[in-house]
Write a protein that binds this ligand. Structure first.
Ligand SMILES: *[C@@H]1O[C@H](CO)[C@@H](O)[C@H](O)[C@H]1NC(C)=O
Ligand SMILES: *[C@@H]1O[C@H](CO)[C@@H](O)[C@H](O)[C@H]1NC(C)=O
Ligand SMILES: *[C@@H]1O[C@H](CO)[C@@H](O)[C@H](O)[C@H]1NC(C)=O
Ligand SMILES: *[C@@H]1O[C@H](CO)[C@@H](O)[C@H](O)[C@H]1NC(C)=O
Ligand SMILES: *[C@@H]1O[C@H](CO)[C@@H](O)[C@H](O)[C@H]1NC(C)=O
Ligand SMILES: *[C@@H]1O[C@H](CO)[C@@H](O)[C@H](O)[C@H]1NC(C)=O
Ligand SMILES: *[C@@H]1O[C@H](CO)[C@@H](O)[C@H](O)[C@H]1NC(C)=O
Ligand SMILES: *[C@@H]1O[C@H](CO)[C@@H](O)[C@H](O)[C@H]1NC(C)=O
Ligand SMILES: *[C@@H]1O[C@H](CO)[C@@H](O)[C@H](O)[C@H]1NC(C)=O
Ligand SMILES: *[C@@H]1O[C@H](CO)[C@@H](O)[C@H](O)[C@H]1NC(C)=O
Ligand SMILES: *[C@@H]1O[C@H](CO)[C@@H](O)[C@H](O)[C@H]1NC(C)=O
Ligand SMILES: *[C@@H]1O[C@H](CO)[C@@H](O)[C@H](O)[C@H]1NC(C)=O
Length: 763
């Protein structure tokens, strides 16, 4: 700017020769001069140190200042080394320490590994930017005595660092604005010197996804320019220090998934610039600060999975910029219908699930016409769903399960008008009512976008409703734990997208319809791909693979399943079942199926769970079942099977309980030799139905299942989020669902954890 002005002045004031001279000087200052020999050699050493061979094309010219990713000052000293996403592998050579004029170093998103050269931080007194994020660098940060006083940005995130953050770091880095060490294995406490008296420059601090323990250090309030503080997914404990609320510039305060306890603190209202508060998944208690409504810039308030009591503070209605409110899994109580939501016109998602809220569905919520997702599940809400809900034209996710709502016929009629509804979970309400099934519902043509429908656990009477036949987008249907009678309609098998059907624990009779063996999504992988690509309102993120983030808005990885256990189904299992080759779970337990086990089941090569227990099946266990390589849960207990139990393959992993209650079966697993004719008649009778696999909540839990899936042990150990989810598997004893890697933003991943949270709350 200044130079241009000078040139302009020169042109105006002076003759053209003088102008050309100025211009020449200007140009020569910005063009390179030949590079310094030491820097040249240092760079070459750096390049040579990369394994197995450097992808850099540096040797082609002697002037290192013209090399890719290199910038020099006017004296030919290297100031820039900027090679992100360059596929660099190997260790960082200590020769870099000889680049004493280096001010900007960016080697992010490569595959550099090994420890940092010992004097990484102290050699260049001119260093301003150090970005080594998203590599595989390990080892500790060594204690240091000297640091560039110009250092502004340090990003070591997403590496494999361990050990302590040298306490002196922040004292020395007086001009530091951004410090990001997230996604590493750092431990010890967060240095209390972060906001040492003379380091007022800090704006961004990210300590999240490490193993930090101890308390949030006092003194953060002194960071008068601090805008972003992230320390989630660590082992922090103790209270949220009140002092942090003195950091008046703070816009994001995010410390989810720690063990922080005590109250949120009324002083939080001093954070007048705050936009995002995420204190979720801690052990906070007390009430939500009464005057929280004074935080007029608040956009996201996440206090879910804590131990908070009291009601929603009335002042919250003054937070008119609020887009996301998540208070799920607390001990909030009070009459929700008395809260006036009508001012929250920007609200997109609200989750108040798993609390003790009473009253009816708050009618003022229906004025919040930006709403996309509502979850009020697991409260004590009563009353009926009213037509005003249709004002929420964008609504795509509605979960009201486990409440005391009544009038399911009215509810279905009204909700059929919600054109964008994709997920509807209203299980465990409407106790003992009749499943709505009149012709008027058929003609409404509703639920055209519904993919997930949960109507389980309500003791509903009646038959499988005919209007389901029109739900062409339905993928997941749960009508388990009702008192549905009649037979399984054959047309279920023609729903083009259905791949997960749970009708267990009803009184359904008749045969297994052959029509159901024609479910298109379970027959060919071609169509299945189509299902996997379909849109889901809550995005699903995968872990970085090949150094790039991928985001999926897809409903995928839920295992295709048919649960028909605990009904009165009879007749033979149709041989056509072998057509459902993509099925992962087949549960026909505790029915009256008779005849032989069809050999064709062995064509279901993706099966992970096969439960045929508690029926009247006879004949042998097909030896072809040995070919079911993914089978991890298998039972034919309590039937009239005979002959040898196949051995080999997965069959060597099942216990005797998989086979008990079949007097005619023999094999070493039952300690019953096949040589002697097995005729011991006194086996215990078939156990009660309640012993069978409890599939209820599968809908509520399935989304968590999406995440937890086949998360492997090693992955559990490396990623905090996944670790958290692995814990969930243990806590819920959920069936194993498949998903290798997943990562969701804080709103979404927690919407997938109902089941875990219920377990945590001991409900
Ligand atoms: C290496 O650099 C030289 C000179 O800049 C260029 O001509 C050549 O194409 C480059 N080679 C590769 C493989 O990029
Ligand atoms: C740094 O430069 C000096 C020469 O000035 C050289 O002796 C030394 O080996 C270099 N260090 C590294 C690590 O390359
Ligand atoms: C380093 O480069 C990456 C990729 O271009 C970029 O996203 C990042 O912001 C850079 N780091 C800094 C500190 O500018
Ligand atoms: C810190 O780095 C991580 C991973 O590279 C990134 O996701 C995160 O957004 C960064 N934190 C801040 C506050 O920018
Ligand atoms: C910050 O940088 C300036 C130069 O830009 C320097 O004079 C000053 O000493 C540094 N401050 C601290 C506290 O190191
Ligand atoms: C909402 O945010 C905007 C800026 O995003 C701000 O100007 C406005 O004051 C905020 N609303 C309230 C009620 O403070
Ligand atoms: C929640 O608070 C209650 C009583 O205040 C206490 O008994 C309980 O242990 C707390 N639960 C957790 C998980 O901190
Ligand atoms: C909301 O803000 C207005 C204006 O600042 C104030 O008069 C009112 O008391 C606030 N309401 C609540 C419930 O705090
Ligand atoms: C809710 O608040 C709005 C706007 O402040 C007001 O018009 C409406 O009367 C209130 N409703 C109730 C039920 O208090
Ligand atoms: C909730 O409040 C509404 C409106 O004040 C009232 O009609 C209703 O009876 C209350 N319900 C309960 C369970 O207290
Ligand atoms: C059920 O809801 C419908 C639709 O809102 C309504 O017409 C009907 O009267 C309700 N039935 C009962 C018993 O309240
Ligand atoms: C549902 O019906 C079963 C069988 O009639 C009964 O034992 C159970 O208590 C009922 N559940 C509820 C919540 O009413």
């Amino acid at each position: 700017m200044k130079t241009c002005y000078l040139i302009h002045q020169s042109k105006w004031l002076l003759n053209s020769v003088w102008f050309v001279l100025v211009l020449f000087l200007f140009c020569s200052a910005t063009s390179y001069s030949a590079c310094n020999q030491l820097d040249h050699d240092s760079l070459l050493s750096f390049s040579l140190g990369l394994a197995p061979s450097s992808p850099l094309n540096w040797s082609s010219s002697t002037d290192c200042c013209s090399w890719e990713g290199i910038g020099c000052d006017d004296k030919g000293r290297v100031t820039f080394l900027w090679l992100p996403f360059r596929g660099l592998k190997g260790e960082i050579s200590p020769s870099l320490m000889n680049l004493t004029h280096l001010s900007h170093l960016n080697l992010s998103f490569n595959r550099l590994r090994g420890p940092l050269p010992p004097k990484m931080f102290s050699s260049s007194v001119l260093l301003e930017t150090l970005d080594l994020s998203n590599n595989l660098i390990s080892g500790e940060l060594l204690p240091l005595s000297q640091l560039s006083s110009l250092l502004k940005l340090v990003d070591l995130s997403s590496n494999q660092f361990q050990g302590l953050i040298p306490p002196k770091f922040f004292q020395l880095a007086g001009n530091l604005t951004t410090f990001n060490v997230s996604h590493n294995g750092f431990s010890g406490s967060i240095p209390s010197q972060v906001c040492a008296d003379h380091s007022m420059s800090i704006r961004v601090l990210d300590f999240s996804f490490n193993d930090f323990s101890g308390e949030i250090p006092a003194g953060l309030g002194k960071c008068s320019k601090l805008q972003v503080f992230h320390a989630g997914f660590n082992g922090l404990s103790g209270p949220i220090p009140n002092d942090i609320y003195n950091a008046a510039a703070l816009q994001e305060a995010s410390v989810p998934v720690n063990h922080l306890s005590g109250p949120v603190g009324d002083d939080i209202i001093r954070l007048t610039n705050i936009e995002i508060i995420d204190f979720s998944s801690n052990e906070l208690s007390g009430m939500i600060p009464r005057d929280i409504g004074k935080l007029s810039n608040l956009k996201k308030l996440f206090l879910h999975v804590n131990n908070l009591t009291g009601f929603l503070p009335t002042s919250l209605m003054n937070c008119t910029n609020l887009t996301s409110l998540n208070l799920r899994v607390n001990r909030l109580e009070g009459n929700l219908s008395t809260f006036n939501f009508s001012t929250l016109l920007k609200l997109r998602t609200i989750d108040l699930g798993n609390n003790n809220l009473k009253g009816s569905l708050p009618s003022s919520l229906y004025s919040c016409n930006s709403l996309v997702a509502i979850r009020l599940a697991s409260n004590q809400l009563e009353g009926q769903i009213v037509p005003d809900i249709l004002q929420l034209e964008s609504l795509s996710f509605l979960s009201l399960s486990i409440n005391k709502l009544t009038n399911i016929t009215g509810a279905i009629k009204i909700l059929m008008g919600c054109k964008n509804l994709g997920t509807l979970i209203i299980s465990k309400n409407f106790m003992g009512e009749e499943m709505p099934d009149d012709d008027s519902l058929l003609s409404l043509d509703g639920f055209q976008n519904v993919q997930i429908l949960g109507l389980g656990g309500s003791n509903l009477t009646g038959r499988v409703p005919t209007w389901l036949a029109k739900l062409k987008n339905l993928k997941i249907l749960d009508i388990s734990q009702n008192q549905i009678t009649g037979s399984i309609p054959s047309w279920l098998g023609s729903l083009p997208n259905l791949f997960y059907l749970d009708m267990s624990k009803n009184s359904i009779s008749g045969e297994f319809p052959v029509g159901l063996t024609k479910l298109p999504t379970l027959m060919s992988s071609e169509i299945n791909t189509q299902v996997n690509n379909s849109y889901m309102e809550f995005p699903v993120f995968t872990m970085p693979t090949n150094a790039s983030f991928q985001q999926y808005n897809k409903l995928y990885s839920l295992p295709p399943a048919i649960y028909l256990g605990n009904n009165n189904l009879s007749g033979e299992i149709p041989v056509e079942i072998g057509q459902l080759t993509l099925l992962h779970v087949l549960d026909l337990s505790f029915n009256d199926f008779s005849g032989n086990i069809p050999d064709q089941i062995s064509q279901l090569t993706n099966l992970e769970k096969l439960d045929l227990s508690g029926n009247k099946l006879s004949g042998k266990i097909p030896t072809s079942f040995k070919g079911l390589h993914f089978l991890s849960s298998f039972s034919v207990a309590y039937n009239n099977l005979q002959g040898p139990i196949p051995s080999g393959g997965q069959f060597d992993t099942f216990s005797s309980s998989s086979f008990e209650g079949n007097p005619g079966l023999c094999g070493s697993i039952l300690q019953r030799s096949c040589d002697t004719i097995a005729t011991s008649p006194t086996e215990s009778p078939s156990p009660g139905k309640e012993q069978s696999f409890n599939t209820y909540f599968v809908i509520a839990g399935f989304i968590s299942g999406l995440l937890v899936g086949s998360v492997s042990g090693s992955r559990c150990a490396t990623d905090k989020l996944i670790k958290f989810l692995c814990f969930e598997v243990k806590a819920t004893n959920q069936i194993q669902l498949r998903l290798d890697q997943d990562k969701l933003d804080s709103h979404d991943w927690l919407t997938r954890l109902d089941r875990f949270e219920e377990a945590k709350k001991g409900r």
